[in-house]
Design a protein around this ligand. Structure first.
Ligand SMILES: Nc1ncnc2c1ncn2[C@@H]1O[C@H](COP(=O)(O)OP(=O)(O)OP(=O)(O)O)[C@@H](O)[C@H]1O
Ligand SMILES: [Mg+2]
Length: 263
């Protein structure tokens, strides 16, 4: 069983999304999605292909722009919608600062191929945060040790296995010292034998009480590590329940059908 979440409801949610709508052209992809994530909570987002999971995740750090709704990160408003339905975002500088509270890990790693592992890790802290090189290197080396890849420090990504690349991508995101980690199917591009090492790294992060939102098809991970399972279908977040409860009874017909298909 996952650890219980230390917070009380008094605390400000780490992520609060309310009534988020987003369409690509005439295709409504998010249709009023609401979700709260508390400090230290691990939420697994599951659901069929095309249900809007990635789009929702990307809206939380402004990789996509929403049409209407409200998103706040640690109590700071990223986007909000007025009574006339006009959606506005925080001013540019504030937006960047708020988005830096979350780190993102993608299915296809997105490492810089022309940089070594170490250079991949120190780039953003130095360029974006203005961290001095020595301090950035120290931070990067500590995180490489944490994900078990100190030996790969000076390798280029093409020399790494998929699992190693993904652990580097996780370390790179952590180098920015985020309060929240967003994962979009971090193991879907990996051979089954490499999935375990990445899930182990994520489990360790969860044990350190990192706030995590994880889009995944790994039902074992969702069951064992996530506190909460959120099920999306056709642009709606139709159920969000404690993981044990969800797997005992998803509480929604479409979620039940999906689960039967997955397990
Ligand atoms: N940049 C885009 N332009 C146009 N349509 C898009 C774009 N990104 C996603 N879509 C569409 O939005 C819908 C939701 O896509 P999304 O990638 O969020 O689904 P998903 O739940 O992550 O699916 P999967 O499990 O396959 O990753 C799909 O119909 C998709 O085709
Ligand atoms: Mg996706």
């Amino acid at each position: 069983m996952p650890n219980s979440i230390s917070d009380t409801t008094r605390d400000v949610p780490m992520i609060e999304a309310r009534g988020v709508h987003k369409a690509f052209g005439a295709n409504p992809v998010l249709r009023g999605v609401s979700l709260q994530v508390r400090r230290g909570e691990v939420v697994a987002v599951i659901g069929p292909s095309g249900s809007g999971k990635s789009t929702f995740l990307r809206c939380l750090n402004h990789l996509e722009t929403i049409d209407s709704g409200h998103i706040a990160i640690e109590g700071e408003t990223l986007a909000s919608t007025d009574a006339q339905g006009r959606c506005s975002y925080a001013p540019e500088a504030e937006l960047r600062r708020i988005c830096r509270k979350s780190g993102m890990v993608f299915q296809h790693f997105n490492l810089f191929p022309h940089l070594t592992v170490l250079e991949n890790l120190i780039e953003a802290p130095m360029v974006v945060q203005g961290v001095a090189r020595g301090a950035a290197v120290a931070r990067a080396e500590a995180l490489l040790a944490k994900v078990g890849l100190s030996a790969k420090r000076d390798n280029y990504p093409e020399r790494l296995s998929g699992g190693q690349k993904q652990r580097v991508a996780i370390a790179r995101a952590l180098c920015m010292e985020p309060d929240i980690m967003l994962f979009d199917e971090p193991t879907s591009a990996l051979d089954p034998e490499l999935t375990g090492e990445v899930l182990r790294t994520m489990r360790e992060l969860a044990e350190e009480r990192m706030t995590m939102l994880v889009v995944t098809h790994e039902m074992g991970f969702a069951r064992e590590v996530a506190h909460t399972v959120a099920f999306m279908d056709q642009g709606e977040l139709v159920a969000a329940r404690p993981a044990a409860e969800f797997f005992a009874d998803p509480g929604h017909e479409r979620a039940r059908a999906f689960l039967q298909h997955m397990l």
